[in-house]
Design a protein. Sequence first.
Length: 240
Amino acid sequence: MSKQTLDRILQSQGFGTRKGCRQLIANGDMTISGETVTDYRASHETNGLEFTIFGEPWIYREHVYIALNKPAGFECSRKTSHHPGVLTLLPEQFTWRDVQPVGRLDHDTTGLLLMSDDGPFIHAQSSPKRHVPKFYIATTHDPVTPELIAHLLSGVKLHDEPAPLAAMSCRALDAHRLEIVLEQGKYHQVKRMLAAAGNHCSALQRSAIGLLTLESLELKEGEWRYLDEAQRALLAPAAL
Ligand code: URA
């Protein structure tokens, strides 16, 4: 059980500053159980709370866990330089509540990107100690050969890495596409590994993290959804 005042509730959900949220409530923009609430000091149980704001339904969530099918042309960094940020693909409430990408995909990489405002979740999910496998589908400039697969599996030396990096698994999907599974998330890792192995990555998609596949989420590019507990459990190494 956790009770909070209405202004804090609205603020926690990303509807602006405390002052702004107080104003929204005073304006009669929030209803609970069909009743307009106007006293921002009133306390309400947050667990299972559903309300409307500007006439739209909203479910209270202490934290959000989101899967986005990232399109090309969006940056994961906070301070974007050449392309819009991935947060512009989500409702603005998520920016207010400090939702962040879990790890990064390059601006031209597409596919499964997790986002959350739960610090420990972001940290745990990005920690190299967790060995969470990330699945990528790489399109290659030159044909995929058994030698290329063997090279990626045995390990390739990248110039700023002390030890060779090897794929957890790797298989050809067709003449110019391979699936590569990595447990690390080094900068441009797939592209650099392919280059170091003598090929070139011309397109890259992340297709799964742990046992959570992009396909199972049924998201078109640019679409997102909340992850429920069962879906989050698929990300945990215990499930692997
Ligand atoms: N490896 C890359 O090269 N780029 C990504 O976006 C992810 C993994």
